[in-house]
Write a protein that binds this ligand. Sequence first.
Ligand SMILES: [Zn+2]
Length: 289
Amino acid sequence: MKKILAILLAATMMVPLAACSAQQQSGNNSEQQETTAAQAETKSSQTENDRETIYQVALLQSLTQGYYDGIIKVSELKKHGDIGIGTFEGVNGEMIVLDGTVYQALGDSTVQEAADYETVPFSNVTFFDKDGSVELSDIGDVNALKEKLNAMVEQNGKNLFYFVRMNGTFEKMNVRSEIKQEKPYKTLDKALETDQREFNYDNITGTVVALYCPDYMNGLNTPGWHFHFISDDKTKGGHLLDLKFSKATAEYDATPEFDMCLTDNGDFQKMELSKDVSDAIKKVETNEE
Ligand SMILES: [Zn+2]
């Protein structure tokens, strides 16, 4: 936690992009042994670093503009974190990663464990190591929750990333998911206009998983909070729109490093990713116009 913020994007982009992992071609036998030892060393140091790294697949901006093709497999994503949020190829449901399991909250309101071969067009994960917690009470809506969590962020440093996990019983829980999209893909706000499905639950016990991105992330993701939810019995969940609860503990993990996985796919390379889609992002994240 004493490490300074290291943006690892440049380093990541030097490895082969297609796989988002530094896989090497096997050489002859003697070289191969050396390579294997070097790889093992790299792997162990990578694993240590990964615990304090936000790993991001693509950009919220590419997803918002309609790039829904999977970039990495669920099996690969799991190597980079045990907590997280995201979605699946074709925006086939909302992703909740909790305790190392990747859940898929589908548009028909059911939740399933995502298969390792499923692919991911957008996600953020990290390994959760609790740095502290905040006791919350009488939270009337999602904005009140954001206010309390922002106070925690102000106290700990607003220019770090945070993952929060908050287990509790929620008097009100309003989540959404969406129906899987088929090609040609529409932009996300257009897709959600017809294919968003909202679900309202009362007195439901489960876990809110949340990511906080600092203000300077508005070109790659969205500043502030992004909440997903999954019930304790793993049958209900989605992208959180609103909630109400009387008491819960929010545990947080402050995270000072950032790593990003892109694709060399031609359609992705044609995208204009500096285009300002912040209004569309606000609309898809919060349901607000
Ligand atoms: Zn979401």
